[in-house]
Design a protein around this ligand. Structure first.
Ligand SMILES: [Zn+2]
Length: 312
């Protein structure tokens, strides 16, 4: 089941659950003879008032009668240990009433769920650390390179989404790039931005699935990549290059995406150009749209505490 189908399933389960609970509560109340009688009377009155109203006829004291009866009904309900809220479905999403759609298309609750499902696919590095925490950690570890990186990332998050389209974090293995990208992703997620953190391998798998999928399934595979407010492509260069797939779709993704992307890579400029061709390379290096952050990570291996939640 793909993420969207799964999200629909979850949403329709929510709906069913909410309606089932309301129905059960209502049934329980109706087992009480007094409540049942009052409820029937109220219903009859509502109908009568509506009928007279539609014929522009005077409703007399029916409204008054109705308020009296419905007050008694509410009282009986209370005596039976229930509230009016118990008999209307408590929908998880007040906007779409757990249908997943609005007149404008997919409801925000559905989108959010799709992203959450996709995101849960991958574990995001960063240990849920905030940027100030990460900056302080690097400062304490006397690592000027990373502490200045985090200062810059703090500004990135503060200006988000008004930031450069592509941030390329490059540098050797173990320098803390993925961790930093994960910290940014976590920070933006907490702010409610839809964020997709994908290892290059996972991204490549998705490209392949997209390549092989029939037309109807294609959109669902590509759309989250385009629509996530932040996309992180982690460890670009670690994936297996697939003919007609990797480079093509990566190029499409980078040209079609309107939201910011962060890419981490161990590859240097020359390797990037060789591997991904000139058209992707110039996209990555385009001074107007991209920012390249090179970390050299000298003495990183000697730094203590590197193993704390740090993979690469
Ligand atoms: Zn909704």
């Amino acid at each position: 089941m793909n993420a969207k189908a799964l999200a629909y399933k979850i949403i329709s389960d929510r709906k069913e659950q909410a309606e089932e609970t309301a129905r059960k509560n209502s049934e329980e109340l109706l087992k009480d003879a007094e409540y049942y009688a009052l409820n029937s009377e109220c219903k009859k009155l509502v109908f009568e008032i509506a009928r007279l109203g539609s014929q522009n006829k005077d409703t007399g004291d029916l409204n008054k009668k109705y308020s009296e009866l419905s007050e008694r009904r509410a009282l009986r309900m209370k005596e039976l240990g229930k509230t009016p809220d118990d008999i209307v479905p408590k929908y998880f999403c007040p906007v779409c009433h757990d249908t997943g759609v609005t007149s404008e298309g997919d409801c925000a609750c559905l989108k959010e769920l799709v992203y959450r499902i996709v995101r849960e696919d991958a574990s995001v590095p960063g240990n849920g650390m905030s940027i100030p925490e990460a900056a302080a950690r690097e400062e304490a570890a006397d690592n000027p390179e990373l502490s200045s990186l985090y200062k810059l990332l703090l500004r990135y998050v503060a200006s988000f989404p008004e930031v450069r389209k592509i941030y390329l974090l490059s540098g050797p293995v173990g320098v803390g790039k993925s961790f930093a990208a994960g910290v940014v992703a976590g920070e933006l997620m907490r702010q409610g931005h839809t964020t997709l953190f994908l290892g290059a391998n996972k991204l490549n798998d998705r490209f392949l699935r997209y390549h092989l999928a029939d037309l109807s399934a294609k959109r669902e595979l590509f759309a989250p990549l385009l629509e996530a407010e932040l996309l992180v492509i982690d460890d670009l260069g670690s994936e297996t290059l697939l003919n007609n797939v990797t480079v093509n779709y990566l190029y499409n993704l980078l040209t079609e995406r309107e939201f910011p992307t962060i890419i981490t890579t161990n590859l240097g400029e020359k390797e990037l150009r060789n591997r991904y061709t000139d058209r992707i390379f110039s996209r990555l290096m385009d001074a107007e749209n991209s920012k390249v952050l090179k970390l050299n990570g000298r003495d990183m291996r000697l730094r203590k505490g590197l193993s704390r939640g740090e993979k690469k």
